[in-house]
Ligand binder design. Structure first.
Ligand code: FAD
Length: 534
């Protein structure tokens, strides 16, 4: 943490970590002001976590999110000014880079240099990609595999890239966390310019994006792949207790090992596993955590003493109906209680209590209470804030694409892939593997860099390897409408039956296919198909 002094009462900093809060306290700051919207980067500590740590250390805190440095609305400036006037001083204010804090302080007349800086000259690239996650890196690599001399910039604020499908196995003690993390620098394709910043706003009519630092980028083609927002703060009390009081989640890199420790520690009592409303990334992951935990307890002869309940906001065990019978076999074997239409709304860690909104058939609802000895939470999920509030969003907040070509419905120079877009496919890395070559071909054809008679089309493919026990997987692979699309022949892997080979595939082969295949533009078994011209 290296804050810059804006006035005797106010300093600006880049994103804080929890450790930085203690450092701020030691440096004499008396309050923390957060100006960065939650969910902007995959490795960003959310405000509630920072606020919890600040409270623990006796510091005050406040949240005044500033989405865009280029347009800071008068209400935001007023809220910023009020926060600075009311919080105990000195105040440490932070955003992604410190830039938005500085601009807000200048707009509020709180710094010596209270004049607006000149808007920077736009930097220009043929292709700008939003996000260096699975979709951003795979998309860039698929394009470069076709045309190596492309001018591509990837905007990505995080230092690390994560193989998130591995977190289920971290939660089961099969992988170490480090097996799922690499530096962002190491996965950036050669020849791509990495701009370590975050997109704040889109101006699709001007073919420009504005970054959190205030810089402006112009593009000929834009690819949007910022992933999904994990809305931890939407469940009251959750952020404060996650990682302690036996409350865990495989949806966070740092918490997945805690799942494994809790499973090892629990010998009897009540274990709850939750699933929020759809869509979420990897719809099978809530169940995967549960089955692997049950299998571990069964192996140690403890399962009979542990009462396991699956509290699911939806009304079905799994979206693709064909896979429900094999999963139900495991539900029965493990003696799991299924509670549908139960949506987690509140947690109190110290008293080991969770509350759910239970919705009845006629739409009536009530709050029901459960005590727990272990709670595995999958957080509510939605499109990132800067997407939802942008002109790119459709009604539900996702980037609004044509579900076959993945081209934006209203802005033909924009494509999107991965979790942030509107197509109704299973939101998985496996889906991204199929989408990346499709986006690459359609976009390069638009630019006149390759020739195609008909556009490449996406069938909605995604895969969800359901880890039903340690050593066995039901390999669900399906597309639009839940239609089964198995990759391998049935004699090798019968997708409706638990398979040892599918487990080996998930554990040994899929990580290699991810790191050395899709992130490098090697498109094993995912060559795009093309629509015949009508
Ligand atoms: P991500 O890979 O999440 O990347 C998004 C990137 O965008 C991040 O690096 C982020 O920092 C960046 N970003 C965010 N905001 C901005 C901004 N404003 N400007 C610039 N960049 C930004 N998939 C499977 O196929 N199989 C599985 O078994 C599986 N299991 C899973 C289990 C768990 C517990 C989890 C959490 C996920 C699992 N997935 C699985 C899902 C898979 O990981 C995601 O679907 C996939 O990573 C989506 O890719 P993406 O590029 O859309 O998003």
């Amino acid at each position: 943490m290296r804050p810059s002094l804006l006035s005797p009462d106010l300093s600006a900093s880049a994103q804080l970590s929890l450790a930085d809060v203690a450092e701020a306290k030691a440096a004499g700051f008396r309050s923390i002001l957060c100006d960065r919207p939650d969910g902007e980067a995959v490795d960003q500590a959310v405000f509630a976590a920072i606020a919890g740590e600040a409270a623990r250390l006796g510091l005050e805190s406040r949240y005044v999110p500033i989405v865009s440095p280029s347009v800071i609305f008068p209400e935001t400036v007023a809220a910023f000014r009020a926060a600075v006037s009311e919080l105990p001083k000195p105040i440490l204010a932070y955003c992604g880079s410190g830039k938005r804090v500085t601009l807000a302080a200048e707009a509020a007349g709180l710094t010596a240099a209270a004049s607006s800086p000149a808007r920077q000259q736009a930097e220009s690239h043929d292709i700008v990609i939003v996000g260096g996650g699975a979709g951003g890196i795979a998309g860039a690599s698929s394009m470069l595999a076709r045309i190596p001399d492309l001018d591509i910039a990837i905007v990505e604020p995080a230092d690390n890239h994560f193989y998130q499908p591995g977190w289920t196995l971290v939660g089961a003690g099969v992988f170490t966390p480090e097996q799922t993390r690499r530096t962002m620098k190491s996965v950036m394709p050669a020849g791509v310019k990495w701009i370590k910043d975050a997109i704040a706003t889109f101006d699709p009519d001007a073919k420009q994006v504005v970054l959190a630092s205030g810089a402006v980028l112009s593009y000929r083609k834009l690819v949007v792949a910022p992933g999904i927002k994990l809305d931890w703060a939407a469940v009251e009390g959750l952020v404060e207790t996650l990682g302690s009081n036996d409350v865990t989640s495989n949806y966070r890199f740092d918490l997945a090992p805690y799942t494994s420790r809790l499973v090892e520690r629990l010998r009897s009592g009540k274990a709850l596993f939750t699933q929020p409303p759809m869509p979420i990334k990897c719809a099978g992951a809530p169940q995967k955590a549960m089955y692997l935990s049950c299998d571990a307890w069964r192996g140690r002869g403890l399962l009979k003493a542990i009462n396991v309940e699956f509290l699911n906001a939806g009304t079905a065990l799994f979206g693709a109906a064909d896979y429900v019978p094999p999963l139900m076999n495991y539900v029965k074997t493990y003696g799991i209680t299924l509670s549908f239409s139960h949506n987690l709304v509140k947690v109190d860690g110290p008293s080991k209590t969770a509350w759910f909104k239970r919705t009845g058939k006629d739409g009536d609802s009530e709050i029901v209470e459960r005590k727990f000895d272990m709670l595995h939470v999958v957080p509510p999920q939605c499109a990132p804030d800067f997407i939802r509030s942008s002109p790119l969003a459709g009604q539900a907040g996702w980037v609004e694409v044509d579900q076959e070509t993945l081209r934006h419905k209203r802005y033909p120079d924009i494509y999107s892939l991965g979790d942030a877009m509107s197509a109704p496919n299973p939101k998985t890395a496996a889906a991204v593997r199929k989408q990346a070559p499709i986006v690459a071909e359609n976009l390069l054809s638009d630019l006149g860099r390759i020739r195609m008679d008909a556009p490449a089309v996406y069938d909605g493919y995604g895969a969800c390897p359901l880890t039903v026990e340690r050593g066995k997987i039901v390999m669900a692979e399906f597309g639009y409408g839940g239609k089964r699309i198995p990759t391998l022949p049935r004699w090798l892997i019968d997708d409706l039956k638990p398979s040892w080979l599918a487990w080996r595939l998930k554990k040994d082969l899929l990580p290699i296919i991810y790191w050395d295949g899709m992130l490098k533009g090697r498109e094993w078994l995912v060559k795009p198909s093309h629509k015949r011209a009508a």
